[in-house]
Design a protein around this ligand. Structure first.
Ligand code: SF4
Length: 505
């Protein structure tokens, strides 16, 4: 049965969608555990990374099963489906579409034949050489595409699955050997969790754009996009999957090999907005990084005001940091209607006109007559902040000083985050003063790029900052829509370098 896809908020508030991550992945190898339920809670903890579809694959050592559908984790799975997913290995996935439409055919885990068995794969990231890889698949298979591509999937993940299925030639042996020959061919961002009937695999691109971590369960191993998902299933964080590393877990234990030399460029936007605040990346607490961004912002853009309020929830840690550094009291001036984007009614014109009020409601007694510092994590198109400023004025705010804990977003992301086209980005072609006037704020201040980087405690040379600086660590000329992207600065390329039963595909 097709279910709602969780996107009502986008339909209600056109042009106001925040930056979207495009996926969360989770994997577990744990004999004697209910791996489908562990995976359910793992991807539930990663729901913020994708709300369009969810899926889980399991294996009992002989047969691989996949269940996936459109919708939130809690809508896709119930007790009956989780009970049907038996075994000791599982991978799970939540998806937000960047490559390929939001459709059942593109939901993950994807499936394909692998040697004498089957591969099920979940991907977080976005490849930048998908066309070339697709040509490779076509060279091997001609126009008669099988697997996910044959079933109508249009994602880079389906192309990876086809390559792992051995359609590219060399991969006729074990999945591990095939992966070692296929992974060096992939360019762009990929944090992969995949499995066959006997083993769990995790791989991360040489730049490590997207996070991927390894955890220890009492009776096995877990792999997740974020440490918070490990915490929630009771796994102890062991280490990050290294950039350029392939990890395999099976009955012989855990082993690791590198398919490429690491050249770390972790996504700085994970610290700004994407990751959960209770996650750690590269040893740094995301919440601590966000609070520090607020402190830096207070030093860089001080203002006389009565209250610091966040745009809930993502602006909260930076607002707390701003309040601590400035000495201006922190207050909750807006209440978030947390579940509005997760209901499945058809929006009417009347409902659309309510706009941001459906998501945020001002606490008039807190903000009336006050000079406010309003802290948010980022501005993409500016529609949300414009509506917010208007709402706060209507609620009686005396002054509104907008402070943003990331620099102006001027460039699109090709490594897995869906901001907007370059033309839609408000900071593309507008000065800070013009943006301030457009928002209707009394003042506007963005953190500097150096200040944001300092707050992550990660050296600049190990971060991707492309959406702020235009410095792309991986060439993007192969990405779709390249006409708009020709003026990018390109850094030197990295070194060369409803229930589906698998097997019936
Ligand atoms: S372009 Fe921006 S969002 Fe994309 S990986 Fe780089 S820092 Fe992250």
């Amino acid at each position: 049965m097709r279910r709602g896809d969780g996107r009502l908020s986008h339909d209600l508030l056109p042009g106001e969608a925040p930056p979207q991550d495009e996926c969360g992945v989770f994997g577990v190898w744990a004999p004697g555990e209910e791996v489908s339920r562990l995976t359910y809670f793992g991807i539930y903890a990663l729901q913020h990374r994708g709300q369009e579809s969810a899926g889980i694959a399991t294996s009992n050592g002989e047969q691989l099963l996949v269940y996936k559908d459109m919708g939130l984790v809690s809508q896709v799975f119930d007790d009956q489906t989780l009970s049907a997913l038996q075994g000791h290995i599982a991978v799970g996935h939540v998806r937000y579409a960047t490559t390929g439409a939001s459709a059942w055919e593109n939901a993950q885990p994807t499936l394909g034949p692998a040697g004498s068995g089957t591969v099920a794969l979940g991907h977080n990231g976005n490849l930048t050489n998908t066309r070339r890889l697709m040509e490779l698949v076509r060279e091997q298979s001609g126009t008669d595409l099988s697997g996910e591509l044959g079933r109508g999937s249009s994602t880079d993940t389906a192309v990876i699955t086809a390559l792992l299925s051995g359609t590219a030639g060399e991969g006729t042996g074990s999945l591990e050997a095939t992966a070692m020959s296929v992974l060096p061919l992939l360019e762009g961002a990929f944090s992969l969790v995949f499995m066959d009937e006997h083993s769990l695999y995790a791989a991360r691109d040489p730049h490590g754009f997207r996070p991927l971590v390894l955890g220890r369960l009492q009776r096995g191993w877990a792999i997740a996009s974020e440490t918070a998902a490990l915490d929630i299933v009771g796994a102890t964080f062991v280490r990050e999957i290294e950039p350029g590393e392939l990890v395999v877990v099976d009955e012989d234990g855990l082993r690791s090999q590198h398919f490429a030399k690491p050249s770390p460029r972790g996504c700085v936007f994970e610290y700004v907005y994407l990751a959960r605040p209770d996650t750690q990346i590269a040893g740094r607490s995301v919440n601590a990084a966000r609070s520090e961004m607020g402190r830096v912002l207070a030093r860089e853009h001080p203002v006389e005001a009565d209250l610091v309020i966040p745009t809930p929830d993502s602006g909260t840690p930076a607002a707390i940091g701003y309040a601590q550094e400035s000495g201006i009291p922190f207050a909750q001036g807006l209440v978030k209607n947390a579940y509005v984007g997760r209901t499945f009614i058809q929006p009417t014109d009347t409902i659309r006109q309510l706009g941001i009020k459906l998501k945020l409601n001002p606490l008039r007694e807190v903000i009336a007559g006050k000079r406010l510092v309003v802290v948010d994590d980022s501005i993409v198109r500016g529609n949300t902040q414009r509506a917010l400023v208007r709402m706060l004025r209507e609620a009686g705010a005396a002054e509104i000083h907008v402070r943003i804990s990331s620099p102006p977003v001027k460039w699109p992301c090709f490594y897995g985050i869906d901001f907007a086209t370059r033309a839609e980005l408000i900071a593309n072609g507008m000065s800070i003063e013009e943006i301030r006037a457009s928002l209707g704020a009394d003042s506007l201040g963005y953190i500097s790029t150096d200040g944001m980087i300092e707050a992550t405690a990660v050296p600049r040379t190990r971060l991707c900052t492309a959406c702020f600086t235009g410095e792309y660590p991986v060439p993007v000329e192969d990405a779709e829509g390249s006409a708009e992207r020709r003026d990018y600065q390109v850094l030197p390329p990295r070194h060369p370098g409803s229930l589906t039963i698998a097997g019936a595909q």
